[in-house]
Design a protein around this ligand. Structure first.
Ligand code: FAD
Length: 522
């Protein structure tokens, strides 16, 4: 017999199988000797009280043995001779679109401007140590997309639990730990993601699909409002009837290309601000209400949102035990974001703290749909200028920022290319600075200890989501004007993270295959 139970235990008990058996027996009245196995189905931390608890949903095997059935991948057929679908971009949207195409019997041909995950590492090293930005291979561009060298947080605001679980199970099938299926806030970590991405690539190739690295698409060929093919930077032409465009939020050249070709795009609100870094021990102290989190609790995350002067100001992509990364995609700009290893064992906690922006904020940049992108770019370029025209980042202590005081000293931060002491009010338009200044004080009222000069702000955090939407029909997912074009993932404005991008990639592949007339739902 199996019994599903919910229970609350201490972190120590949750981490110890024997203790958990005893606690479950006491809680449920099931004799300890009859409990053969406890399978954890869901796990979350309740840190609202000083006495922190772990909430568990468990399946108890009573007088019944447990059989551990490994999560297997779908059976991917051989598709090398099948009709092809062109996919631009090998981020989560593009890769999961490719896998789904194979499942549905079509051959994906993936074109990626960047390098494979291993080769990409060299360019990240050059970016961190020598300030060299390769415009095709960086933290945003290359195999696996923007999420490859990230924290690999896998939570999403999507309410479609089935869709989310499907992607999580595929990730487990490709080598992620099963823990991601049970944790309320699962993550993978920078050290583990590249191998998973590599295994996805190997599956695509083994099934007869193609992936071409170092292949930047520079033109999209359209005839009578129908997709006809693409051109690459080396001048190669590739004809296609179906094109999934999954180029991410940083492919400014693609947005410009679509605009100049008269392919309909829209301005989209996004958010922008700074990346704040605190000692992890301070965040633990605030969140767990204790001096030391001990051996059984993970480094604490936080999530905070406030309305400040009528706008949302909120934490974004918080990385406990993480590192701030240089995420520029062109020279002469500075951009920050964050990542963590799977153990989240670095001594600092970082998070984007951003202010919501609206299309009317970009008026000074004209009324084209690219105005928000130019606004974003100008702030990134100003940051580059102010910090000394390298990948060093303008930085300021938190309290100093609110008091308009250039910090006289800056401690070493996790941002490897270095920091330069700058009054951050000089980087942002006045309205953003004012919201951030007042917002940090307000954050300190909610999270006692957060507002401190121990915290360092790095500017800007500007690639939070796409500044442009490529509109599509809500059912067919085809572009509203161009037949055969499927705008997909974060760059098109339909995703905001690894999981939602992967879900969108699958959906686009499904609609695309369906439109080819041979779709059978699997
Ligand atoms: P992308 O991942 O941006 O992929 C687009 C791909 O298209 C890129 O590989 C790019 O090289 C390629 N491309 C662009 N232009 C062209 C062209 N012209 N020709 C050919 N190829 C092209 N999200 C989370 O959910 N959790 C996290 O913990 C997290 N941490 C992050 C940390 C960092 C440092 C960064 C940068 C992002 C992070 N994100 C995180 C965001 C997440 O990575 C993105 O939401 C997600 O990758 C979007 O997927 P996508 O496939 O739509 O686009």
């Amino acid at each position: 017999m199996q019994r599903e139970l919910t229970l609350q235990v201490s972190p120590e008990i949750a981490a110890n199988s024997e203790a958990l058996h005893i606690a479950t027996a006491q809680h449920s009245g099931i004799p300890l000797s009859e409990i053969k196995h406890i399978e954890i189905l869901r796990r979350s931390i309740d840190s609202r009280q000083r006495n922190i608890k772990i909430n568990l949903k468990v399946l108890v095997f009573v007088n019944e043995d447990f059989e551990d059935i490994p999560i297997s991948l779908p059976s991917y057929p051989e598709v090398s001779q099948q009709e092809s679908i062109l996919i631009v971009g090998a981020g989560p949207a593009g890769l999961f679109a490719a896998l789904r195409c194979i499942e549905l019997g079509k051959k994906p041909i993936v074109l990626e401007r960047g390098k494979d995950v291993k080769a990409r590492r060299r360019d990240l090293k050059a970016l961190n140590l020598q300030h060299i930005v390769n415009e095709d291979s960086n933290y945003c561009f290359g195999e696996g997309g923007a999420g490859t060298y990230s924290d690999g947080k896998l939570y999403t605001r999507s309410k479609k639990r089935g869709d989310v679980m499907r992607i999580l199970k595929l990730l487990v099938g490709f080598g992620a730990t099963k823990e991601i299926l049970i944790d309320a806030h699962p993550h993978i970590g920078t050290n583990k993601l590249p191998k998973i991405i590599e295994d996805i690539r190997n599956q695509i190739i083994a099934s007869g699909g193609e992936i071409h690295f170092n292949t930047r698409v520079t033109d999209i060929l359209v005839k009578s409002n129908e997709i006809h093919g693409i051109q690459t930077a080396t001048g190669d032409l590739l004809h296609c009837r179906k094109l999934i465009l999954a180029t991410g939020h940083s492919a400014r050249d693609i947005f410009e290309l679509l605009y100049t070709k008269g392919i309909y795009i829209e301005a989209k609100p996004f958010a922008l601000g700074v990346r704040a870094e605190h000692p992890q021990s301070l965040i633990d102290k605030i969140q767990y209400k204790c001096d030391d989190r001990g051996d059984y609790l993970p480094p604490s995350a936080y999530s905070i949102v406030k309305q400040v002067h009528g706008r949302g100001m909120y934490s974004f992509c918080m990385c406990p035990g993480g590192i701030i990364a240089p995420c520029a995609t062109s020279p002469q700009e500075v951009v920050t974001n964050g990542w963590s290893p799977s153990k989240r064992d670095q001594s600092t906690a970082n998070s984007g703290i951003v202010v919501e922006l609206r299309p009317e904020d970009f008026k000074a940049f004209g009324d084209s749909p690219l105005a928000g992108m130019y606004f974003q770019k100008e702030i990134e370029q100003r940051a580059w200028l102010k910090a000394g025209k390298t990948q060093a980042v303008p930085a300021q202590r938190m309290v100093d920022f609110t008091q308009k005081k250039v910090s006289s000293t800056l401690p070493t931060t996790s941002y490897k290319p270095g920091v330069s002491s700058v009054e951050l009010g000089e980087v942002f338009p006045t309205f953003i600075t004012k919201i951030l200044r007042d917002g940090f004080v307000a954050f300190g009222n909610t999270m006692r200890g957060y507002f401190t000069n121990e915290a360092i702000l790095h500017a800007p955090e500007s690639r939070t989501s796409s500044p442009v939407r490529i509109p599509r029909d809500s059912f067919t997912l085809e572009h509203v004007q161009i037949k055969g074009l499927y705008p997909c993932g974060e760059g098109a404005g339909y995703a905001g993270g690894i999981i939602s991008a992967a879900i969108d990639g699958e959906k686009c592949a499904e609609r695309c295959v369906e439109s080819m007339g041979t779709f059978s739902s699997i």
